[in-house]
Design a protein around this ligand. Sequence first.
Ligand code: SAH
Length: 325
Amino acid sequence: MEMNVTGRRVLVLDGTDHAVPIVAGLLRDGADVTVHAATACAALEDLAQRGRLGLTNDPVDETTFDLVIRSVPRPRPQPAAATTGTGRVTLVGAGPGDAGLVTVAGRAAIETADVVVADRLAPWESLAWAPPGVQVIDVSKIPFGRSTSQEDINRLLVEHAKAGRHVVRLKGGDSYVFGRGFEEVQACTAAGVPVTVVPGVTSSVAAPELAGIPVTHRGLAQGFTVISGHIPPGHPDSTLDYAALARSGTTLVVLMGVRTLPAITEALMDGGLSPDTPCALVGDASLTSQRVIRSTLARIATDAAAIGLGAPAVAVIGDVTALEP
Ligand code: SAH
């Protein structure tokens, strides 16, 4: 059944993983979605937290909705290994969050998936392209929150592929930029599972860009350096030379660095980078909840905390952040 749901109030009475592709399709088509369920899967909770849908367990008046979806398709019976041979894994770098930034090749992979193994930062709405009855597995790795270990993820990919399925590993940004994508490739290869990789739009370039900041600009920055801030400077596991970064003359792009921003900015100033260096922090890039603040190296951490700009966010440090279009 085809119907235009744009602007319609839709109630979905299912909070499980199975509802995610349906809900994603409704959101993509501009519906005003409410999910009524005693418990909701992580993907739906994330969408609710981002203000993309309403999530409630309180009694709802069904008559106030234009459409009520009572049940969603369950995963279709999976092909057995004996009949289909070895399956395969496609790692899809799915961009910073807006489904519009998934590549054409990424979409083609999703359209032929039997199983989608997705991260929190992957664009859930792209699941609307998956075939009906696709199995969605959420393996979100939220800092300090629920998590599936990398070993478990590797095992999931291999097991489903060995059972003859096309497994799409849907990852935020590009799979090889702090995404542990290559470990997954190695795990598949070690298990004899064919694996291909679809490059993605990385947030390290897209987040600044969506905030109006070019990571390079003639006369201002002849390069950019992308670092992970998840281990703070001075930590025994940190391998970054902050004094060298301070002197690099390149735009600095920090991922996973909101919590450690005070220590990172301090280390860069200790390394000689001017406290007045223009900076920006871009949160939820490409989503309707995108927020941007501009500040200076000395003040950015305090300013971000003051307005509660949290992860996921990309910090950009350098003169390019002060450019006007
Ligand atoms: N592979 C991803 C990065 C994974 S590390 C990529 O190429 O983009 C996760 C970090 O990416 C987050 O902590 C944040 O710094 C950044 N990030 C991912 N999506 C983002 C978004 N929509 N807005 C801002 N930062 C984002």
